[in-house]
Design a binder for this molecule. Structure first.
Ligand SMILES: [Fe+2]
Length: 304
């Protein structure tokens, strides 16, 4: 009898397939579906079953619509090609498998081209609640349902355009020291904007607050906490505050910003670009996030 081989698994930080891709400097990869282990599939089922009722209570209606439109399977890790069959006709977006870290400029350039860099590993089943890096549950169950909405998808594209503008502006600065200083400040401002909207945004829907940010929507604990906890500070989205507000990623967010609509958010991205062009993002307050050298270089060496 031939020995049966068990799939080796695609567990976050423990996947040889990913280690090999990273060693080969491959950012964009295929999703080797056959490698998911039974334990990986069980992790997906547990995460999905646990969060589903909370989505119904606290998620933005467009997110819930997106979950239905993508026909997300509660019982199996999604195949990105299946997701894309549903997603592309709705907003012309797609989910594109990556090996992990994507340099910031490349990430924004991808979303400008309507492709969302998507992690394919899944967290360890022993630690369902917190992991510092994204996994497929965060990316596909947290981000991608929002991409089915045309206005939200356009917000992402617009954001990608602002990032391109930052790279163009950097190129025009002759003094190297000043160029690095300005691009770092601009990256910080963009990262903060992205964090307080796409990752941790709330929206007012009638008399209720609902979450549209993926960091909230992929966290069973934080989803409820973000909406109901009295100790969370929630304020209307204010650009001058958001771009100067540091954030930390390793605990529930104590401060969140509320937008009125996705059109409102789109307008704020327009405003962000105007401010960048006027030099109003050149001196944002220091503090988190620190700009990674690789992210900085990705802007300085961007192909425009
Ligand atoms: Fe994310």
């Amino acid at each position: 009898m031939a020995p049966t081989t068990m799939p080796i698994g695609l567990t976050t930080t423990k996947a040889p397939f990913i280690e090999q891709a990273v060693a080969n400097h491959e950012v964009f990869i295929r999703q080797p579906y056959e490698l998911y282990s039974e334990e990986n599939q069980e992790t997906w089922r547990r995460l999905y079953a646990r969060i589903k009722p909370r989505w119904e209570q606290y998620a933005h209606p467009k997110f819930l619509e997106g979950v239905n439109n993508l026909a997300l399977d509660p019982h199996a890790i999604p195949r990105l090609e299946d997701i894309n069959k549903f997603l592309q006709p709705l907003s012309n977006f797609s989910a594109r498998a990556v090996s992990g870290y994507v340099p910031a400029y490349l990430f924004f350039d991808c979303i400008r081209n309507r492709a969302f860099p998507t992690t394919i590993t899944i967290r360890d089943g022993a630690k369902l609640d917190y992991l510092p890096e994204p996994d497929i549950f965060h990316d596909v169950a947290g981000h991608v349902p929002m991409h089915t909405d045309r206005v939200f998808a356009d917000v992402l594209v617009r954001f990608g355009e602002v990032a391109r503008r930052a790279a163009e502006l950097a190129r025009a600065i002759r003094d190297e020291h000043e160029r690095i200083r300005v691009v770092e400040s601009n990256i910080k401002a963009m990262a903060r904007f992205f964090w307080f909207s796409v990752e941790f945004g709330l929206m007012r829907c009638g008399r209720e607050l609902r979450a549209y940010g993926s960091g909230i929507l992929s966290s069973y604990g934080e989803l409820e906490y973000s909406i109901v906890a009295p100790e969370v500070q929630r304020f209307p989205f204010q650009l001058e505050w958001v771009i100067n507000q540091y954030f930390e990623i390793d605990h529930y967010q104590p401060l969140l910003f509320i937008v009125d609509s996705f059109d409102h958010l789109f307008g704020q991205v327009d405003e962000l670009e105007k401010w960048m062009l006027a030099g109003k993002l050149n001196n944002v307050s220091p503090g988190e996030p620190e700009v990674d050298e690789r992210d900085l270089q990705s802007f300085l060496n961007a192909t425009l």
